[in-house]
Design a binder for this molecule. Sequence first.
Ligand SMILES: [Zn+2]
Ligand SMILES: [Zn+2]
Length: 354
Amino acid sequence: MKAHQTVTRVVLWIGIVSLVASLGCEAMVGRIVKSAANRQASSAAQATLEDDALHVFLCGTGSPLPDADSAAACTLVVAGGKVYVVDVGPGSQEVAQIAGYPTRAVAGIFLTHFHSDHIGELGEWAMQSWANGRTGPLNVYGPEGVDRVVRGFKEAYALDDGYRIAHHSAEVMPPGATEWLAHSVPYTNGPGTKILEDGDLVVTAFAVDHEPIEPAVGYRFDYKGRSVVVSGDTDKSTNLELNAKGADLLIHEVLIKSVMTQVSHAMGERGSSRLQKITLDVTDYHTSPNEAAQSANAAGVQTLVFTHLVPPLPGAIRKWLFMRDVDQGDVDVMLGEDGMTFRLPPGSDVIEID
Ligand SMILES: [Zn+2]
Ligand SMILES: [Zn+2]
């Protein structure tokens, strides 16, 4: 296919996806149907709290661009009877609730950086986990600046907190859960810094390269000999490779730079100089699928999962475009999608994927 044909088709796909996303009721019908079909999965999600394995659930594999199939950035980890969430992009809370994850057990929300597609649903995660039975404060971890983000969302939800306590009673909606604790996490451009230890779970933070956006970090979860690393947003990062050493699972952001460059040219030809600039700007602080595979091989991880998929593309073309230039080497590489689950039992190197 000639380059200009590719450009035309990509622009058309993005236009179609945006149109569908703007028709909220259409998307909602799809999600309700999916929700009915997912009742069995829901009880499995609840059961993760009782299971001794490390669990990972993709609650958002999209980006800031409208995407009818994917919520924005979100990865959920269940370990030792508690739920941890890395990034809370718009739509992610709904994905987790529909899948049946016990958000009452949210013990920590970890923000990688403060772009809106990573923090936009912090208020809903707080409110919905409270409505689902969370009784203690909400712990929010992030690099410096997290206290400001938490303060802002907390203030925006203050009236709503009051309504719900007054209407449903303090017994049903305990006021203690409306306390949000911001934890500014230390990290370096070097070995990861331990920021949380809870039973057998250790969480470390490390710098990534989302220049000019600073701060930006990734997180690693180690639990009973199994491990998952979440990249956050980053260009190809040697520090991520250092901190992902030997991990079982690497959840890595990707952007197809060649396609986004073509989209930018097309926007220019169409006379949309603002979109031409924006779509070109984003190519310089993300990782291409093959670069992510190179990092995964350098780190010696077992399985690499693509997330934060840019651009948003429908169905079969999505897999083809994100995977076509990938030299997977010794690593299992797969395209993430919302709702995908991974179970990593201790004392084994097995990863059960659903
Ligand atoms: Zn970002
Ligand atoms: Zn992002």
